[in-house]
Design a binder for this molecule. Sequence first.
Ligand SMILES: *Cc1c(COP(=O)(O)O)cnc(C)c1O
Length: 238
Amino acid sequence: MLSVPQNSTVAADIAAGLATVRSRIATAVRAAGRSEAQVTLLAASKGQSAERIRAAAGLGLRDFGENYVAEAVPKIQALASSSLTWHFIGRVQANKTALLAQHFDWVHGIDRASVATRLSAQRAVDAPPLNICLQVNVLAEASKAGVSPGELPALLDATRDLPSLRLRGLMCMLPYGADAAEQARGFGALESLFADARRRGIALDTLSMGMSADLECAIAHGATLLRVGTALFGARVE
Ligand SMILES: *Cc1c(COP(=O)(O)O)cnc(C)c1O
């Protein structure tokens, strides 16, 4: 545990959110016959100050996800001594890959081989490999990021052996307001693509899916990494 000075007013609401999320996870894991150790909780911290992230870290959270490079880098630098794990979960822009390669531990949401190639080339040779997940557009929405399920095998092959990357898994994000049937269809689709890839001998260990609204369904379909913002930190001011 970190010895951070606890600002009780800052930490109290996050502690309450965390307790609720942990109990939702515990219930869902039990219902799925899985164990809590199989599910990592990533705090989606876009819009949260470095102080609030520090408070969340003081409550035991280690993994944080950011969506905007310009917002994230100063926070990562301010919290450098806390040895947190930083995930980029936003849309990857080709002109931001150098900053991602420099500051982050993970990049979710890779949907083009060219972006992966750039990240690998830009990762410092003395840094640990950058962990990546490939984003799949599981519900075939025209407006959303991600490769189609049919394009996934080629993208897996193009990204599995890049020298400075480590291909860890698959990621998806369902549309806001997806109903129970859409959740099950979307997460079920990613779960079977994950199983297919592993059957082909690709050593994936991460299924990045599930947010505040749908984490139970994601856990039922094998999620190993939940990305939760609102349920931990409260509604975002955007
Ligand atoms: C913001 C965000 C989340 C968290 O969403 P909540 O609904 O606030 O839990 C998860 N994943 C991605 C990619 C996000 O941008």
